[in-house]
Design a protein around this ligand. Structure first.
Ligand SMILES: [Zn+2]
Length: 254
């Protein structure tokens, strides 16, 4: 059931037998020239849509998706919007506190963006201290655990496959083969192997910095986008929906 479609009376009715609430959070950010800015909430939304095909609607209350997230390092690309971690913590605290005061005690957050996890962790800690429970489902990491062949990086084949399952017309085939367009921004002694990373004399250093300083494209990962297929995306998002359909009753039993 979608909370946005219910009256307060119906929510109160649901709370008599179930105190679990589920919502997705994403990000509006660059995912490479071939991908839409909404990738990180479009995919979780599609997982929720597939979940609703698998369960009785009364089994879970789904609150509205938060499209924006914390993504300061992609702000150099047109269209990217970042709430930053501090504001996202405040926003999630206000939202989850409202549901907590209604009587919800179990929170399932379907997350589409790695930059949100620091904020979600802070909010989760606070909820647990108040006697509630909070699970964060980082779908792209979980998909790689469910099937190692699906694991990928930012805007690579994994997420491209996910968007092909949402709507193939959202992938711009003209830029599918563009490559990561990585370039060194720390001089000749340091190479750029990937996201927030630098290599120096056989070891990797972490250096969080604006992605447009070292990538002209903005997809960063080992998994090349042209490898993605719609079939992969369908199987992956179905697997996540199946997983959620099993997780929700287990959380209810807690
Ligand atoms: Zn993403």
């Amino acid at each position: 059931m979608r909370l946005a479609h219910l009256s307060p009376l119906k929510v109160a009715e649901y709370l008599k037998t179930n105190d679990t609430i589920l919502f997705a959070i994403g990000s509006v950010e660059n995912h490479g020239k071939h991908m839409p800015l909404g990738t990180d909430y479009l995919i979780p939304d599609e997982i929720l849509r597939r979940l609703e095909e698998r369960i009785d609607p009364s089994e879970i209350l789904i609150a509205p998706t938060l499209p924006y997230g914390s993504t300061d390092y992609f702000e150099g690309f047109a269209g990217t919007v970042s709430l930053g971690t501090e504001l996202l913590v405040k926003l999630l605290e206000r939202i989850t506190n409202s549901y907590y005061e209604d009587g919800f005690r179990k929170f399932i957050i379907l997350n589409g963006h790695g930059g949100n996890t620091a904020a979600i962790d802070r909010v989760s800690l606070g909820l647990h201290k108040k006697g509630a429970r909070c699970l964060c489902l980082n779908w792209w990491k979980m998909a790689g655990e469910l099937n190692p062949a699906w694991a990928g990086g930012h805007g690579g084949a994994e997420e491209t496959a996910g968007i092909l399952a949402v709507d193939p017309s959202l992938v711009d085939a003209e830029h599918l083969h563009d490559g990561q367009e990585l370039h060194g921004d720390y001089g000749e002694e340091f190479s750029v192997p990937g996201f927030h990373a630098l290599r120096f004399r056989g070891a990797t250093l972490q250096a969080a910095r604006p992605v447009d300083r070292y990538s002209a494209n903005g997809w960063v990962g080992p998994d090349a986008p042209p490898e993605a297929t719609k079939e992969w995306g369908e199987a992956m998002l179905d697997a996540m929906a199946d997983y959620l359909a099993e997780l929700i009753p287990a959380v209810k039993r807690l």
